[in-house]
Design a protein around this ligand. Structure first.
Ligand code: NAD
Ligand code: UFG
Length: 338
């Protein structure tokens, strides 16, 4: 297939690019680099051994999006492009609505005009908010607690309406749990701008000496050791699920919404310990107050993904830590400036 990756220069998009090229697809990356580096393209070329077709594109620019689709033919789009910081979304909700929802509307419009009728969409476990029970199934109550989460929920609903309006348009909403890790080459990985919000990149920066110590947000949660429990999933497993979702859309000609997680809950301190082992170094940490908006325990029931896509996570927490550390230790400051 000829596939467009919107936001393909970002963390999950870049890893997915590699898997799709390995599966023989013809893949084009489009991005505005608002949260990524052009340096990733050279790395993707190094991994795949071939030039990386790239299109500068800002999804907020409707004319540019429609114009781009008018001159290209695609069999499917994978849509990663979004702003993703929960804290920032609380400070600048309108920017999040404009970029994530507005950008998605422009993309859907461009796809419709060009007759592209398969979409894989990056949704998030954030749509479950504080779940009533774990493991979380796809039919759990949806509730959001911040503007970022609201954009994901609204986008799922918009895409659902479009699918219902047109029997020929099919979408896969992939609800990612907590993506971590990196490609085994150590050439691509997660490269957050500024102070990392998420646990794994923070641990990586402590390990490599860029930060003094990790703040553990609360050790008084009702969990195995008092720290927050999440479902960390290796980004290469996640990338593979996108290829499987594209195959599903072609094969089954219907839409679906699935969780992508391992089904295993891991606490903050368990992840710190696993990382310390993988990197063979101590990770200094201090326990501080709970982070506002956090929840105790979230992990997936991933069985629907196995039944529908034939997909299940294969890489465990050791591989996630080992690969995250390989990337961080080989690239202490992230991607080189282009
Ligand atoms: P990322 O920020 O690394 O990648 C997103 C990419 O989209 C970036 O390259 C950015 O420059 C681009 N982009 C943003 N707005 C754009 C626009 N208007 N036009 C063109 N490009 C634009 O994030 P990621 O971690 O790779 O996440 C990918 C997707 O998965 C996002 O939609 C995110 O919300 C979702 N998601 C991520 C996580 C996570 O923890 N990483 C968890 C659940 C869901
Ligand atoms: N944590 C710390 N210290 C840190 C960072 C995180 O103790 O410096 C803890 C958190 O309190 C939480 C756990 O580590 O218990 C994981 O936190 P992350 O920020 O890595 O991940 P979250 O599950 O809170 O949120 C992430 C994304 C959301 C997304 C969600 C599910 O930020 O946007 O995963 O996909 F919705």
């Amino acid at each position: 297939m000829r596939i467009l990756l919107c936001g393909g220069a970002g963390y999950i998009g870049a890893h997915t690019y590699v898997v799709l090229v390995e599966r023989g697809h013809d893949v084009v990356v489009a991005d505005n680099f608002s949260n990524s580096s052009p340096g990733v393209l050279a790395r993707l070329r190094q991994i795949t051994g071939r030039p990386v077709p790239f299109q500068p594109l800002d999804l907020r620019d409707r004319d540019a999006v429609t114009g781009f689709f008018a001159h290209q033919a695609f069999d499917a789009v994978v849509h990663f492009a979004a702003l993703k910081s929960v804290g920032e979304s609380c400070e600048r909700p309108l920017d999040y609505f404009h970029n994530n929802i507005g950008g998605t509307l422009n993309l859907l419009h461009g796809m419709r005009e060009a007759g592209v009728d398969r979409l894989v969409f990056s949704s998030s476990a954030t749509v479950y908010g504080d779940p009533e029970r774990v493991p979380v199934r796809e039919d759990a109550r949806l509730q959001v607690t911040n503007p970022y989460g609201r954009t994901k929920l609204v986008m799922e609903e918009l895409i659902g309406d479009l699918c219902r309006s047109d029997a020929g348009f099919h979408a896969a909403n992939l609800r990612y749990f907590n993506p971590v890790g990196a490609h085994a080459s150590g050439l691509i990985g997660e490269d957050p701008t500024g102070i990392p919000n998420n646990l794994m990149p923070y641990i990586c920066q402590v390990a490599v000496g860029r930060r003094d110590r990790l703040s553990v947000y609360g050790a008084d949660w009702p969990t195995v050791d008092g720290t927050g429990v999440r479902d960390y999933i290796h980004v290469m497993d996640l990338a593979r699920a996108h290829a499987d979702a594209l195959d599903f859309l072609v094969r089954e000609r219907r839409s679906l919404t699935v969780n992508l997680g391992t089904g295993q809950g891991v606490s903050v301190l368990q992840l710190v310990e696993a990382f310390a082992q993988a990197a063979a170094r101590r990770i200094p940490y201090q326990v501080v107050a709970r982070r506002p908006g956090d929840v105790a325990e979230v992990y997936a029931d991933p069985s629907l993904a196995e039944r529908t896509l034939g997909w299940r996570a294969e890489l465990g927490i050791e591989a996630m830590c080992r690969d995250a550390w390989r990337w961080q230790s080989q690239n202490p400051q992230g991607y080189p400036m282009a």
